[in-house]
Write a protein that binds this ligand. Structure first.
Ligand SMILES: [Mg+2]
Length: 194
């Protein structure tokens, strides 16, 4: 396994996926949904990063109200193997969860990190940082699902989690390793058992 590295890890669509829950919430708070466009985008791998754009939301509802729920992540589990791989890595490396959050989103992110990785909150082997411009936070390894952020970060090893969602810009494939899941990340970083 790699050792003595600082590893930045993103939260949304990297260690967990709130999108199914966002669809259910949007359905409850809307009059209709453009299912045709959604299904077409699923097939072509161009799903709108803002799910609420597929819905005719009730008047006064902001699609991003979904993220304002303080208990948002309380019933969301991490993606398979994420907890095990990250916990193993933390034994010999420093883990920084870096994720951009408005104040109302911060509380729910804080609680899912605390529930799954209490050693981060205790400050033993890592930290939780809210930051939009992640390239200002130095690290050896950078793990994220957004091409824009992977492209900008100066880390030696960058890992991009594949998603079906639209991106602001194309991924610079020369500098990044693409993965589909945490088992691949475990293997790439030499975690025992992967
Ligand atoms: Mg993300």
């Amino acid at each position: 396994m790699i050792t003595n590295k600082t590893i930045i890890i993103d939260i949304d669509n990297t260690i967990l996926c709130p999108m199914d829950k966002w669809i259910a919430w949007s359905a409850e708070n809307s009059n209709s949904c453009d299912e045709r466009r959604y299904l077409k985008d699923c097939v072509t791998g161009n799903v709108d990063y803002n799910f609420s754009n597929y819905f005719d939301l009730h008047e006064g509802v902001d699609g991003l109200d979904f993220f304002r729920q303080e208990d948002l992540y309380d019933d969301i589990e991490l993606l398979p193997n994420a907890k095990h791989v990250i916990t193993s890595l933390s034994e010999e490396n420093t883990i920084l969860f870096v994720s951009f959050s408005k104040s109302w989103h911060l509380k729910s992110k804080f609680s899912i990190i605390k529930r799954n990785f209490p050693w981060v909150i205790e400050g033993e082997r890592g930290a939780f940082i809210s930051c939009k411009h992640k390239h200002h936070v130095p690290s050896d390894i950078f793990i994220d699902d957004r091409a824009l952020l992977c492209n900008k970060h100066p880390a030696k090893l960058k890992i991009c989690m594949n998603t079906p969602f639209t991106q602001e810009e194309k991924l610079d494939e020369n500098n990044v390793t693409r993965v589909d899941n945490w088992s691949e990340i475990g293997k790439l970083l030499g975690v025992e058992g992967y």
